[in-house]
Design a protein. Sequence first.
Length: 184
Amino acid sequence: MLEEFVMRLTILFPILCAVAVPAYAQQNGTGISGIHFDAVSPMGVVPITGFGPDNFKGGNRSTSLDQARQLIASGDLMQADKLLATVIGETPSREARFLKGVTKLGLGDAASARRYFEQSLYRGRNGHPGAMSGLAIAEIKLGNVDAARDILHKLQYQQEKCGHSCDRAGSLKQAVGVVEKALA
């Protein structure tokens, strides 16, 4: 039992880190992805707002998302999953769905993770690099390697169009690296 737990943790931890770091440090509130480093943060990154205002009616949802990010960063995926279930029932937030995808992937439910990552993206499975990399990892877990490669190509195309100077360059580079590593 303990050996199985350790083996599962050994396999899931790198994946969780690859997905949780983008979840923890997504955007600067402008709607453009970016990762910002700060020594104060436990993961070495500053938690920043996700996909923009997201139609919140009050500050409670934003606070709940901050709390969910902290739970994910600390590895308490079950609590984050429960909290996000409540948030998702109250808001159309793409960020909430992205974070729910992260928790589902970390809990080993790749099918649900895929659904939540898809809901966090715009039409055509395009958009947010963290959500796209999470979706690719979920597809790999489900045995859909071709779908993951397609997502990788979309990320690489975005990276090529972005260049090294756009605000999304760091996030795209990280997302491409995560997917390439998962496909290797």
